[in-house]
Design a protein. Structure first.
Length: 102
């Protein structure tokens, strides 16, 4: 996660403009989909059943909420320390996912 935030910081100008656009093919939708796939792959490797209704819902919440918070962080000038952002994102993950995070 910290590596991802470093990339966001490096690409700040481009990402700020891309995220400001709310068109149907915008970057936000792509990021949510990519984040969902990342959670699914990670959780499957850790032995989670990602096909239960509860886990699908948890993955959706984590992907959407986490993506939106990173976008907000970026659009607001990245004032919060990246390490604090990572900590807050982890603390607010659904328990169904959190129990698989190292």
């Amino acid at each position: 996660m910290l590596c991802y935030l470093n990339i966001c910081q490096e690409k700040y100008c481009v990402l700020k403009n891309a995220y400001a656009s709310r068109d149907i093919n915008g970057l936000r939708g792509y990021d949510i989909a990519a984040t969902k796939k990342t959670y699914e792959k990670y959780l499957m490797i850790k032995g989670a059943d990602i096909n239960t209704e509860t886990m699908r819902f948890a993955i959706d919440i984590a992907a959407r909420g986490g993506t939106d918070m990173v976008i907000e962080w970026l659009l607001n000038g990245m004032k919060m320390e990246k390490s604090k952002m990572v900590c807050l994102l982890k603390q607010t993950l659904p328990n169904d996912i959190l129990k698989y995070i190292d």
